[in-house]
Design a protein around this ligand. Structure first.
Ligand code: TYD
Ligand code: MG
Length: 455
């Protein structure tokens, strides 16, 4: 038997090398070169490929424009993240920790699509067809248009696709599928890449919207090559905390829409439920009238969401004080603390500071700065915040409060949830009419905001 030639491929950027190297010559990453067997690429010669070969280059003027056709999935939160619905022929990757609910989400999506008369093929490499049936039973997702296959051999999966001719295809998961003509094991760089490439062709040629489920490694990346993310049209992450029932779906890449929108679900006994009013959910456990708790009006895509931001400032036992934050950028918290120290004279060198966004939400906009400042100052001085206040604004280095976008939307959300006052940047109250029933406190500096919030 001929000796199998091997090469080394970077799992991050795909650079190839004939010998192993500690550092990738392409992207400079360390320890990313993985061994794989050399494969010779044979262009597939199916019917679809022959049809495709006729495609000629066209002048851009002659190309029909118009929006991508979309198939709404029946799950509004998913539609929101996708930018309206599934695009036929597109390839999606859904990543997430094991047990977070990916299979549940896709089975429910499949069911919603079959109720519209579409045909779905659900290929599970991880669970038997009976397990899938049990789950579908529990979710109330039984339909004669939902086909289930327990298979990991790509050739056989392809046969099933030709057989069923689905409109929607789910591969759960890409790490279990293998091509028999590729020498490496399922889940290896080579297999994942080759199989993804094949699913891409299947999706494009047959116009089937295809979802690949991917597992996430401890480091938070989708297991297998990062390359996978470059190959597909959309990458969605399904996240949440194990101990909480809500789950967030966010897009990190979307060729057909924005990546700002998030979808919010609640995992219940009978599957995932869409959360129509996220603010209510995120504020449900909020303690009232205590120090260190502030409500921030943040924007998640086009949707305003009110969340609780907590801080605890306590004497340190370490030579250098700890600064911990979850759900907020560490750098922003350091900046806010530095501003409080320098501009407000709050001495925190001997204090640990913990900042936490309740509910596992991630706030990545500077509008959360002012709420963080209020929470930290409230805890430091042990002064309670007012339960009827909402705070937002960006904090600058001189302690000034800077304007943020969409102030009106944020204020309306606060009003809707029964808050009485909003502390916001002075620059943000121009150009719109505040609604009746809520008091706006426009502030110029962090000092103004703390006075309004804590005194
Ligand atoms: P699952 O969809 O299997 O996760 P993944 O495919 O991401 O690994 O979901 C697993 C968890 O969800 C499991 O611990 C049970 C829970 N679950 C519910 O709470 N309610 C339900 O209706 C279903 C189907 C699952
Ligand atoms: Mg699963």
């Amino acid at each position: 038997m001929a000796k199998v030639k091997v090469k080394y491929v970077c799992t991050d950027c795909g650079t190839e090398s004939p010998k192993w190297m500690g550092k990738c010559p392409g992207c400079g990453a360390w320890n990313t070169m993985a061994e794989e067997a050399e494969t010779t690429f044979k262009a597939p010669v199916g019917r679809g490929e022959r049809l495709r070969a006729k495609e000629k280059a066209k002048s851009i003027i002659d190309i029909e424009s118009g929006r991508e056709p979309r198939v709404p999935t029946g799950l509004n939160e998913l539609n929101r993240v996708l930018g309206g619905g599934l695009v036929p022929g597109s390839l999606l990757l859904v990543g997430g920790d094991p047990g977070i609910g990916k299979s549940t989400l896709l089975l429910q999506t499949s069911h919603a699509l079959t109720s519209q008369g579409l045909k779905v093929l659900y290929v599970s490499g991880e669970e038997s067809v009976r397990q899938t049936k049990l789950r579908a039973d529990r979710l109330g997702a039984l339909s004669d248009k939902l086909y289930v296959l327990c298979e990991t051999n790509l050739d056989l999966i392809e046969e099933a696709i030709a057989d069923v001719e689905p409109d929607f295809l789910v591969i759960d998961s890409i790490q279990t599928v293998y091509r028999p003509d590729v020498a490496s094991a399922p889940g290896s760089v080579a297999q994942v890449r080759e199989c993804t490439g094949q699913f891409m062709r299947i999706a494009k040629v047959n116009g089937v919207a295809t979802v690949l489920v991917g597992h996430v490694t401890k480091e938070g990346a989708i297991a297998g090559p990062r390359l996978l993310e470059h190959m597909v049209d959309c990458v969605l992450y399904f996240e949440g905390e194990r101990h909480h029932s809500y789950r967030l779906l966010r897009a990190v890449k979307n060729r057909f829409g924005s990546t700002n929108e998030i979808g919010i679900f609640d995992m219940s006994e009978d599957g995932l439920r869409e959360v129509l009013n996220p603010s209510e959910l995120f504020l449900s456990e909020r303690p009232l009238g205590v120090s260190g708790s502030t409500v921030v009006a943040s924007m998640e895509g086009s949707r305003p969401v009110l969340v609780e931001l907590q801080a605890l400032v306590a004497p340190t036992h370490f030579p250098s004080p700890r600064r911990m934050s979850s759900g907020l950028d560490h750098q922003r918290i350091s900046l806010v603390i530095a501003v409080l120290e320098k501009r407000m004279g709050m001495f925190m060198q001997n204090q640990d500071a913990y900042v936490n966004v309740a509910g596992g939400v991630k706030l990545d906009e500077p509008a959360a700065d002012l709420a963080a400042a209020v929470s930290i100052a409230s805890s430091f001085r042990d002064l309670p915040t007012k339960p009827y206040d909402v705070v937002f604004g960006e904090v600058g280095l001189t302690g000034e409060v800077r304007a943020v976008s969409r102030a009106e939307t944020r204020v309306k959300e606060a009003l809707k949830l029964g808050f009485k006052r909003v502390i916001l940047p002075e620059q943000s109250i121009k150009g719109w009419q505040p609604p009746a029933g809520i008091e706006l406190i426009a502030v110029r500096t962090v000092a103004d905001a703390l006075r309004a919030a804590l005194e």
